[in-house]
Design a protein around this ligand. Sequence first.
Ligand code: SAH
Ligand code: SF4
Length: 362
Amino acid sequence: MEIDEMTAPKTPIKSLLLEEIETHLIALGQRKYRAQQVVQWLYQKRVKAFAEMSDLPAALREQLDAGFAFDVLQPIRKTGSRDTTQKFLWQLVDRSLIESVLIPASPALYGEASDRRTICVSTQVGCAYGCKFCASGLDGFSRNLHAGEIVDQILRVEELSGEKINNIVFMGMGEPLANFDNLLRALQIINAHWGIGIGARHITVSTSGLAPRIRELADQPLQIRLAISLHGATDEVREQIMPVNRKYNLAALLDACAYWQARKKQRLTFEYILIHGVNDTPEQAHALAVHAKRLEAKVNLIPYNKVEGLPWERPPIPRQNAFLHILKTAGVVATIRREKGHDIDAACGQLRLQTQRELQAV
Ligand code: SAH
Ligand code: SF4
């Protein structure tokens, strides 16, 4: 990480890879093994300040404090309880708000033996892509999260919930592939044995379809999973709700998906929100089936979660089932995600939106 010593803010320590911390420590005249101690304090013992790293010499702790930022996300609001989806609203050092969601093990979704505890993390403050149905993009884009702010969502949710997270989805606020370098850093720290240590196969990155970035991610060695927010099976329908489709149309997106699949030899997922009267017709289901079969992709149907102030609704259940039926009849692996209630399981971005509106109303 290159910084201009005079003007740049301090580098966040949780944005750095082990080898980078080693390089910094050597530059400070320290022995390389000290970096191992630092990452142990960060990711195993999980302290909140350099001063707590008690087996480091006091002088080194002071040097670290002077050279690096040790930001910790501040919890502002939390909804939900242990057995339901919990949402955490965080304030960052610049007072921006982001959110993370903790989804408990759900035997109904994943089978009785499942102990999957999933965190949904944000990658940006707001989102520039402006999908018409999404709360995250309503107030536009403010800034990218740095890797440490992505990593810290996991550390803080584990701390405040008492749960050990074993599955991560990049489906919170923001477009992960538009914050590519910080995403790659965060992925490495989350995956590393010296870091949080979560297996790459338990990490899913979701994108609205930045085709060139999908190819770049496919060239990375990490065996993470990829989910594509498709939400429309023809350019005509997709374009109405996802402006990104004008930049990378379906043909470009699906070609990038084919490249991913060829490189990774791994099934990708199409996410498809069902929005009443917009993308839930039998024609769209048939077109979606063709794409899914071409790429051997799995389809995740998600009945739309109402966003206050937006006109969209989820289709009635029989219509949802009819859509699913068409996919299954065509031989596509497809599931429908049924939530326990709109309020608790609502998609990311909504708690922040609600809080900002309440603050504006005061
Ligand atoms: N920007 C990335 C990741 C964040 S969005 C992307 O678009 O993939 C994560 C998922 O939530 C996407 O599939 C998105 O389309 C979906 N989503 C957004 N708003 C929603 C809503 N109101 N109801 C259901 N899903 C929603
Ligand atoms: Fe951004 Fe994803 Fe929401 Fe679209 S769906 S506005 S890309 S966060």
